[in-house]
Design a protein. Structure first.
Length: 435
């Protein structure tokens, strides 16, 4: 292990970016310090066994050693589907030496392959699996059946809108060329101010990145938009610090509970976008500011795009758009968490109205994106939102869902009779009309 650590130190003393496969790394390791693949594969297991034998309780003191052992096991186990990249410095500070070694998985099928091998039938289901034809490619399997279903609702409980321009007719977009445009940032702020006035309780906003969110919030502060927002609702911001974000979420929930109302500014691919539910009054509207494309200058992303192109013939632009629209759908999907919930989904970027972008959203969102709501100004979006909220304010009870989104007693009894008859006639269910 000591020789392996010394070897890693020597490899990190580089002046340029190095990218190689696990096989070439192991070959160079063997030639340099005479360490073969086989003993490396058991490093992680042997370290755990040693720590258990010594009855060590505080593993945090050995975090670095554990990390090295895990890397040794991984790099010696996987010869394909992984890439090893050594960067001499961070792109944001190229003058400061800060070497980083990345061991990244390029092939998602490696993780799910054991599942396919163990089970005869596998069902993959989600509300954001769109477009479906991309998943068999990146997961490397041949599906028996692929199907897309709509949501069974008794009333239109969510309202998707595409806001493409401000009231001054300036196009709204988060494209790199327009990120410093104060007119675009001002229109984003005006949209949020107007929504904070008409939308009750909680409102969640997502940005493509932390850097862009910081830029926009700083500009809003100078333009006086932050003070206008705070007249209507409290404002909370997600940060890269987990403790600060947890505190912001806790206070956001309190503000929604006591009727004060709140706005949470967060980032796609952050903690809030994947795993936090904003059901009922915690999220009456979600605003997606721009399309959440991943940072395209990342060397890890470039390596993965090259791998997908060579191995699965997936074009770079197709994968980037697929990934961005999947995360956009995950973000706006936070607003609907049940049949009795309702909310507004705002896509604030003119590019969402394009066929290649809109067509990659889940079907249950697409079918509510009529042409009349795909090219709205800020004022038009606010008027549509007010009309939708007035509709949702009308009396509604669960009895109205019977026969549509909930089964009636007669339908349940009929299904029970079908089950009993199918026990005597295996083709019974096929012959009966299940509608």
């Amino acid at each position: 292990m000591r020789r392996f650590v010394e070897y890693l130190k020597s490899r990190l003393r580089v002046q340029h970016v190095v990218s190689e496969t696990p096989s070439s790394f192991l070959q160079h390791l063997s030639q340099t310090v005479c360490i073969e693949r086989k003993p490396l594969r058991f490093c992680s297991e042997r370290l755990r066994s040693l720590m258990a034998t010594l009855e060590l309780s505080d593993f945090s003191d050995f975090y670095g050693l554990t990390l090295i052992a895990n890397f040794a096991t991984l790099v010696s186990t996987y010869s394909k589907g992984f890439s090893l990249i050594i960067e001499p410095f961070d792109d944001r500070a190229p003058t400061i030496p800060n070497p980083i070694l990345h061991f990244s998985c390029m092939d998602a099928s490696i993780a799910i392959c054991p599942v396919f091998e163990r089970f005869q039938s596998v069902v993959i289901t989600s509300g954001t699996l769109s477009p479906l034809d991309m998943y068999p490619k990146i997961l490397n399997f041949h599906p028996v059946t692929m199907a897309t279903f709509t949501m069974t609702l008794t009333r239109p409980c969510f309202c998707p809108l595409i806001v493409s321009r401000g009231n001054d007719q300036v196009a709204m977009t988060s494209k790199f060329e327009s990120r410093e445009d104060l007119a675009v940032i001002r229109n984003y702020g005006n949209l949020l101010v107007d929504l904070s006035i008409c939308v009750p309780d909680g409102l969640v906003c997502f940005f493509p990145s932390y850097v862009y969110m910081e830029t926009v919030v700083a500009a809003w502060s100078e333009q006086g938009i932050i003070s206008n927002i705070q007249r209507c609702k409290l404002l909370f911001v997600e940060t890269q610090d987990a403790a600060e974000t947890s505190l912001a979420l806790e206070n956001y929930h309190k503000a929604c509970e006591n009727g004060r109302g709140a706005i949470l500014l967060s980032v796609a691919r952050g903690k809030v976008s994947e795993g936090i539910d904003f059901d009922h009054h915690y999220g009456r509207a979600v605003v997606m500011f721009g399309i959440p494309y991943v940072y395209t200058q990342s060397r890890i992303l470039k390596a993965r795009l090259d791998y997908l192109r060579d191995q699965f013939q997936i074009r770079e632009n197709d994968f980037l758009t697929f990934d961005a629209m999947r995360h956009a759908a995950q973000c706006v999907g936070r607003v609907i968490r049940g049949k009795t919930d309702y909310g507004i989904m705002v896509f604030a970027d003119k590019r969402f109205s394009r066929v290649d972008k809109k067509g990659k959203l889940p079907k249950w969102i697409q079918e509510h994106l009529k042409d009349s709501v795909c090219n709205l100004s800020v004022d038009e979006a606010v008027q549509v939102s007010k009309h939708f909220l007035r509709q949702m304010a009308q009396p509604f009870n669960k009895a109205e869902q019977l026969g549509l989104s909930l089964l009636t007693l007669e339908q349940v009894e009929q299904q029970e009779r079908w089950k009993k008859s199918s026990e005597f006639n295996p083709r019974g269910l096929e012959e009966m009309d299940l509608s």
